[in-house]
Design a binder for this molecule. Sequence first.
Ligand code: HEC
Length: 98
Amino acid sequence: MKNRGLVASIVLLTLATLLVVCVGAIGAADPGALATSKCAACHDLKRVCKNLGVKDDAAWQESVSRMVAKGDKVNAADGKVIAEYLTGLKAGAKPICE
Ligand code: HEC
């Protein structure tokens, strides 16, 4: 069979693509989980909840920077993701507000 090599290559290529897609999905942090894990270390999430629908993106970016100055271990990329995520939430939204 002349085509076996080709078929095998296509199968391998498909598997490799699937692997990359899966790893990418795991690598992309869920912003909700990120916020609940990074922002409840020093105070509860009520403080964050109270400001949903109040702070705009710039205000959230500023808050996250202030939290970093206080010792939050969130890196710049995750901080940006968290701020953008919080900006998009409506007042009272889960999982920030229980
Ligand atoms: C290292 C400890 C620490 C972590 C982690 C932390 N905070 Fe804070 N946060 C504080 C302290 C201390 C205050 C109260 C003093 C103040 O407001 O400056 C505060 C107050 C706040 C307030 C109320 C004041 C304001 O800026 O409106 C908000 C909102 C807030 N934090 C959001 C967050 C978010 C969002 C995260 C996650 C990115 C987070 N915090 C993580 C220490 C922390």
